[in-house]
Design a protein around this ligand. Structure first.
Ligand code: SF4
Ligand code: MG
Length: 336
């Protein structure tokens, strides 16, 4: 496959006063050109850290990064900061949960969309302003010729999100990283923004990494899915495969804590018992074993002593046999 981004055995560690935090611990994944990879996991699973590292936005003083991040063949781990600056906002762009982390309150929306365009393409001020108006039109801001001179506080939350998308796409990036881009929005606006992103992906052909804790959102957005836990990938496959027949107990937990489509919203959700592991002292063996209710199905104490590997292709890092994964899912987990 034509992998545009290829991450190999990525390890990210931070030094803190309390010790070394293993935020990402041996992660590999690929993103194909024009496709969307969903990365799902609870907070602290390493999904955001991974993507900040792809952008080179980690603090080099306190962070060690090992492994490879190959973007179109270029290893970003060894690329100097000056070079990364030329890629960010140009070949690779990011949209965040909160537009106010990307948009400054002191400059007009138009200027903030125009700026990366001037920086990376050498366009004139006039050309960049035209481009900003064009982008505001593409993201569905009404009266773009007037709104281009507004400040972010004059925009609604949904419009700010649209403006941030305009800013991210202004240089036609090959890879767009979207970190919980709709979490802060109400359901209707959320659906509109997701539709917009899908349309723009068609038009711009960008690959997208879509990070979320919400499996419901991902089913609509992504082609492939990576489930992360404790700084590792625990399950991988196409979105259809993973959502239809998940094979990892952690994914089962995520699925049963998700509101059923068409179900009553007052239906209580079943959260996964326990809390995400400490990344200072990650559990031995399988990182999910302190929360897993299926350890008795695995012989001996393998779950707490032996780290399950994630195979290639469609895979789940769990010691249960393929048959056990299938029968437990069908008998106990599958939504009825
Ligand atoms: Fe549960 Fe053991 Fe599988 Fe880990 S390896 S998910 S603890 S059954
Ligand atoms: Mg996050």
């Amino acid at each position: 496959p034509d992998s545009f981004l290829s991450v190999r055995d990525l390890r990210v560690r931070f030094s803190t006063e309390d010790g070394i935090v293993k935020a990402v611990d041996g992660l590999s994944f690929d993103v194909e050109r024009g496709k969307t990879l969903g990365i799902v996991g609870e907070s602290g699973s390493g999904k955001s850290v991974t993507n900040l590292t792809v952008l080179g936005l980690h603090n080099p003083k306190t962070t060690t990064v090992e492994g490879e991040i190959l973007l179109d063949g270029q290893d970003l781990v060894t690329t100097p900061e000056k070079e990364l600056e030329k890629l960010r906002g140009n070949k690779v762009a990011m949209i965040f949960q909160d537009p106010l982390t990307a948009l400054s309150p002191y400059y007009t929306v138009g200027r903030q969309i125009a700026e990366p365009f001037m920086k990376h393409t050498g366009a004139s001020k006039k050309e960049a302003r035209e481009r900003a108006i064009e982008m505001l039109t593409k993201v569905g801001i009404p009266q773009p010729k007037t709104r281009v001179d507004d400040y972010p506080h004059q925009f609604s939350g949904g419009m700010r999100q649209r403006a941030m998308i305009a800013m991210a796409l202004v240089c036609d990036p090959d890879l767009l990283i979207a970190d919980e881009p709709t979490t802060a929005l109400d359901v209707t606006v959320q659906a509109q923004i997701l539709d917009l992103l899908k349309d723009l992906q068609q038009e711009f052909g960008s690959a997208i990494i879509f990070i979320t804790h919400d499996l419901g959102v991902i089913s609509d957005m992504a082609d492939d899915l990576l489930v992360m836990y404790s700084g590792r990938a625990v399950e991988r496959g196409s979105v259809r495969e993973v959502l239809r027949e998940p094979r990892h107990p952690y994914t089962w937990g995520l699925l049963s804590s998700m509101p059923r489509l068409g179900g009553s919203t007052s239906q209580p959700l079943t959260p996964i018992p326990g809390s995400p592991p400490s990344l200072l002292n990650p559990p031995s063996g399988c990182p999910f074993h302190p929360r897993c209710t299926f350890t008795d199905k695995v012989s001996g104490d393998r779950c707490s002593t032996e780290r399950p590997a994630l195979g290639t292709g469609r895979a789940a890092a769990c010691h249960l046999t393929a048959e056990q994964k299938q029968t437990i899912f069908i008998d106990k987990i599958q939504p009825r």
